[in-house]
Design a protein around this ligand. Structure first.
Ligand code: FES
Length: 188
């Protein structure tokens, strides 16, 4: 009060220069409103754009079964998806194009009926027509590769196309090549 009197004596209007309690509470109120609006906006943004890790697509349609020759290794998808489609007299499997030594991509050498890795020389078996299921295709037999190539889940999509799911792999040394999804029985 003494301070207000002093200001008045000096010709000042205290109401023009001093924040009243009402002004202060009003300001606090606006601050709270704007603050909660800001928090709400941030929360909405997080809701609309959640921190989700988008995994690359792992399942691929690779055409109708009739498009593949029996007792043949198709190289059509090796560059794009890094697997071969192999058809035997009993059906199909999808063979991984990742060398089990250090991960290079082997080459299919049809004339030698084998897959040969250009990096350190690992070799994997081709097709043995007398053993259509599960077959020897992809089994390592030379070079430093410690185990056979893997096979991926294969099936038929609703539209009749072959579909390969790279998120599911089957390993020969674990006895997985005879699991249902490792081979698609098809004699049509
Ligand atoms: S990466 Fe294939 S043999 Fe080494």
């Amino acid at each position: 009060m003494a301070n207000l009197e002093l200001l008045r004596q000096e010709g000042c209007d205290p109401s023009q220069h001093i924040w009243s309690r009402r002004n202060f509470i009003g300001l606090m109120g606006w601050g709270a409103v704007l603050g909660s609006l800001g928090v709400g906006t941030l929360a909405f943004g997080r809701y609309m754009y959640p921190r989700v890790l988008f995994e690359p697509r792992m399942a691929f349609k690779v055409g109708k079964p009739e498009a593949y020759r029996i007792n043949d290794v198709s190289e059509e998808w090796i560059e794009k998806y890094r697997f071969w489609i192999v058809r035997t007299t009993e059906g199909f499997f999808a063979l991984s194009g990742i060398c089990t030594h250090l991960g290079c991509t082997p080459r299919w050498l049809a004339s030698e009926n084998k897959f040969k890795c250009p990096c350190h020389g690992s070799g994997y078996r081709g097709i043995d027509p007398s053993d259509p299921y599960p077959g020897i295709t992809g089994i390592n037999f030379e070079g430093p590769a410690p185990r056979p190539l893997e096979r991926y889940k294969i099936g038929l999509a609703e539209d009749g196309q072959l579909i390969v799911d790279k998120s599911v792999a089957f390993r020969q040394e674990k006895g997985e090549w005879t699991k249902p999804d490792a081979f698609l029985k098809y004699t049509g």
